[in-house]
Design a protein. Structure first.
Ligand SMILES: Nc1ncnc2c1ncn2[C@@H]1O[C@H](COP(=O)(O)OP(=O)(O)OP(=O)(O)O)[C@@H](O)[C@H]1O
Ligand SMILES: [Mg+2]
Length: 244
């Protein structure tokens, strides 16, 4: 099947919230394919459907119409367990609102996806230490709770958690929105490095035109529709764009 080569294939996806007069069309007939190893930036005004699109791709919510395939697998035909499994093994998700567990320590928050996969605590903890270092957090914060961290630090914990399973697809919803310029750039550089070295496919939602230049391609949403889809040389990483 042709679509099996794509990391993500979105086919005529429409998402409607509510019914009748209250219905909101968050996405309308969105079609796009993301080849393995591609880094796509998604832009668009608030309410244009960016987070909704990421939720559809992660299988956290289901389209009203259309299909989403991850490496050729149609999410709609998978059982709930199979979908959770695919999410756990293949997808790293950095949520716009962090979604950290308040009662868990930082270390536990970062390590839990590995525990879920069945990896022992000692290994999971060592691996958590590695990814926390990668996102620029000191080892000393490991035993703190999320409420004892700044917003930017919590953001980096969420990023570490998304990367710990070494996913093949990273969905990042404004990952640098709460970070100062320097830290934000360091995170983007890390994502870029994983994209080039490990062929991590990346979908980055951002309001920043600077962050968007890390991608091979920028897709712009407006009122739930794709209004622009352009490839441009990457400015940030001095890399040769795919297809050049
Ligand atoms: N659970 C929901 N129930 C009803 N409407 C929703 C729901 N989630 C999102 N919407 C609506 O769908 C539209 C798209 O929302 P979405 O969160 O995808 O926007 P966004 O592009 O991520 O915006 P932002 O940049 O502010 O994060 C908005 O009009 C929003 O109000
Ligand atoms: Mg959003």
């Amino acid at each position: 099947m042709m679509t099996s080569t794509a990391a993500v294939s979105i086919e005529h996806v429409t998402k409607q919230y509510g019914t009748g007069a209250q219905a909101v069309a968050a996405l309308t007939d969105v079609t796009m394919a993301i080849p393995i190893g591609e880094f796509v930036s998604i832009m668009g005004p608030s309410g244009s459907g960016k987070s909704t699109l990421l939720n559809m791709i992660a299988g956290l919510d289901t389209p009203t119409e259309g299909h989403v395939r991850i490496r050729g697998e149609d999410l709609a035909v998978l059982s709930d367990d199979a979908r959770s499994d695919l999410r756990l093994h293949q997808i790293g998700f950095i949520f716009q609102s962090f979604n950290l567990f308040p009662g868990f320590t930082i270390e536990e928050n970062v390590a839990w996806p590995l525990k879920f996969i069945g990896i022992g605590w000692r290994t999971a903890r060592d691996r958590a230490a590695v990814v926390l270092r990668q996102v620029g957090l000191a080892a000393a914060i490991r035993t703190r709770r999320p409420s004892e961290l700044s917003g930017g630090e919590q953001q980096r914990v969420a990023i570490a958690r998304a990367l710990i399973t070494e996913p093949s697809l990273l969905l990042a919803d404004e990952p640098t929105g709460n970070l100062d310029t320097r830290t934000g750039q360091a995170i983007l550089d890390l994502i870029l490095q994983l994209n080039t070295e490990r062929k991590l496919s990346v979908i980055l939602v951002t309001h920043s035109t600077f962050a968007a230049t890390y991608g091979h391609r920028t897709v712009e949403l407006q009122d739930g529709r794709i209004v622009r889809d352009v490839r441009a040389p990457r400015q940030a990483g001095r890399l040769i764009p795919i297809g050049a």
